[in-house]
Write a protein of this length. Structure first.
Length: 431
């Protein structure tokens, strides 16, 4: 039986500073992914007025972000396993920077669309690649904490853009350009710092360089993805992520819309509720990082997943009442850091074979994001027809995610194959 965390009676060994640097630079993929999606939503009304967009172009730009991230994840994860994670690790972030520059300087809606396409594809490609890089660099005792830290970066991406959008709400196109311009600067700085990282396996530097290059040139056969060792954890982590993500994605995109159209809140009240609750998720995600390598991670999952289901049930039963929505939303913010995407990221690294992590995570990310995009497209119509039916469906999805999560915790993690828990061939260190 593979052991994935230190014994409870033993203190967790400290994590080297160089590994936190790798986790931070890799976590920028999550930061830039979240920030891109949120920035398009925050700036869409401004773009519509400035570029005299039609409703179809506005809808296309909104939908194409998620679609491009899905396609980028599918293709980028595979390319990283075939041509080398380090090569894609640096190229992805540079392409994102170019796309963000195009968005920032776009003189018309067609140019804006081109920038969104490029940045979305690059963001998607960087997600599975960067997670695989962190996992490759991590010793067993620290892998959970380092992977979980990327979720903190994801939360920061949302918070920074939401607060920037709130602060710059009266500045029009200038504010929109400042928001997306900061993404370009962040991506370029990340690319510069990533380029200074060296692949290392603890061997003689010259031997290491030759062996790593040979491994990258050889690539990973696609048939390795369809073995039982890779397929079972891929399907299980996908089942968890897609069912949990349907609720999370709906709340992320339509909380304000739901409050205004169903609960009768004003736009300012709805926005204020969102802003007030975001720091709760950030602080508790930081708390998850501290327990990500120990037994408390799974204990908290059991508690949090029950609270999460109860939260959505309360939201459904009190539909239309702002007080009921507040109870639901606070409970949701308290639970999802311990029973959400951070778990998916950690479980993926603990159960998926190291040589196919880029490809398998790319597949789960891509298909899930595709499902989210499709559901988001019909959500306004569903809310108009029957808000309670939509929320009951989401409550059911949360229950299904709990079942998938329990299976992963009780079966897959304890039985993780040596291929999943052993150090990978490609490691990242600091010069």
């Amino acid at each position: 039986m593979a052991r994935t965390s230190p014994a409870p009676s033993q203190p967790e060994p400290p994590i080297e500073k160089r590994l936190w640097k790798v986790a931070t630079l890799s976590g920028m993929a999550s930061y830039l992914d979240a920030a891109l999606i949120v920035s398009i939503g925050v700036n869409l009304a401004i773009y519509r007025d400035a570029y005299d967009m039609g409703v179809w172009m506005a809808g296309a730009i909104s939908a194409i972000v998620t679609i491009c991230i899905a396609v980028g994840s599918l293709v980028g994860g595979r390319l990283a396993d075939v041509f080398g994670r380090r090569r894609l690790y640096n190229l992805d972030i540079l392409c994102y920077a170019v796309g963000a520059v195009v968005i920032t300087l776009a003189p018309d809606d067609i140019t804006l669309l081109v920038g969104v396409l490029l940045a979305g594809l690059a963001a998607g490609a960087d997600l599975p690649t960067s997670l695989a890089v962190v996992s490759d660099a991590s010793p067993d005792h620290a892998r959970g904490r380092l992977i979980a830290f990327t979720q903190v970066m994801w939360m920061l991406g949302i918070i920074v853009v939401v607060f920037a959008g709130f602060a710059l709400s009266d500045t029009g196109m200038l504010g929109a350009r400042l928001i997306t311009g900061h993404l370009a600067v962040a991506a370029l700085l990340t690319w510069h710092l990533r380029s200074r990282l060296e692949l290392a396996t603890g061997q003689d530097p010259e031997q290491d360089r030759v062996s790593v290059e040979a491994a990258e040139e050889q690539g990973v056969a696609l048939k390795n993805v369809w073995t039982r060792a890779a397929l079972v954890p891929m399907l299980a982590t996908f089942a968890f992520y897609v069912t949990w993500g349907l609720g999370a994605n709906t709340m992320g995109q339509f909380t304000t819309y739901l409050l205004v159209t169903v609960s009768g809140a004003s736009q300012s009240v709805a926005t204020g509720i969102n802003l007030a609750c975001l720091p709760i998720g950030l602080l508790l995600t930081l708390a998850f990082v501290r327990i990500a390598d120990g037994p408390r991670r799974d204990r908290m999952f059991y508690i949090a997943t029950v609270v999460q289901i109860a939260a959505f049930a309360i939201g459904t039963l009190t539909l239309g009442a702002i007080v009921g929505f507040l109870v639901f939303y606070v409970l949701y913010q308290l639970s999802y850091p311990f029973a959400g995407e951070a778990n998916y990221k950690v479980w993926s690294q603990l159960t998926l074979p190291a040589d196919t992590r880029g490809t398998t995570q790319g597949i789960t990310y891509a298909v899930s994001r595709g499902v989210f995009a499709g559901v988001a497209f019909v959500t306004p119509a569903l809310l108009d027809r029957s808000p309670s039916l939509l929320l009951w469906v989401i409550t059911g999805c949360m229950a299904l995610s709990a079942v998938a999560g329990v299976y992963i915790v009780r079966v897959l993690v304890p039985r993780a194959s040596p291929a999943a828990t052993a150090p990978a061939d490609l490691k990242v260190g600091q010069t």
